[in-house]
Ligand binder design. Structure first.
Ligand SMILES: [Zn+2]
Length: 169
């Protein structure tokens, strides 16, 4: 899965490292530690993460944001300091990782079957890289077109909020 995501993840990792370098702290890889009580083991994959200092980047109003299939930024104080504790926002963001992973598979298929001419190759490489964001963007656009709230009406958010209901705030 890291292979099908690598195009977007390279950009995501660079972006995350820049954000971490300018506004962030607590750079670390994280993964769901163990199956939580009442849940089947669904560990997911490792993601590179950091916390954004609240005062330094005030425009970042969400508790967390998944910026590429395996890169996540959190607002400072919104996740536990320890790596072995898991919280609602982490469950939510890692759900978005899985959505990005599924979308990246589409991009990967386009990449594999796109090798017929150099324009097609360029196009397929572009689609391969941006497929996760195309998918997430499509979720917001279709939500808006349906007349729903652009953010909360997106099926990607409805799913993420449904799965993070398991946690207390
Ligand atoms: Zn979300």
């Amino acid at each position: 899965m890291y292979i099908t995501c690598i195009g977007a993840d390279i950009i995501g990792f660079i972006g995350l490292l820049l954000i971490w370098g300018i506004w962030g702290k607590n750079l670390r890889f994280e993964k769901k530690p163990i199956a939580l009580e009442g849940q089947k083991p669904q560990p997911g994959l490792w993601a590179l993460t950091c916390d954004v200092k609240r005062k330094r980047l005030s425009i970042f109003k969400y508790s967390g944001m998944t910026i590429s299939p395996h890169a996540i930024i959190y607002r400072e104080g919104k996740r536990p300091k320890e790596n072995y504790v898991w919280s609602r926002i982490q469950e939510h963001e890692h759900f978005h990782c899985e959505q990005y992973e599924a979308a990246s598979l589409i991009g990967f298929v386009v990449l594999i079957f796109g090798f017929t001419g150099w324009i097609e190759v360029l196009l397929s490489i572009c689609i391969f890289i941006v497929a996760p964001w195309l998918y997430m963007g499509a979720a917001y656009v279709t939500s808006w077109v349906r007349g729903e709230d652009l953010y909360r009406g997106a099926h990607t958010e409805e799913g993420a909020y449904a799965i993070d209901d398991f946690y207390d705030d």
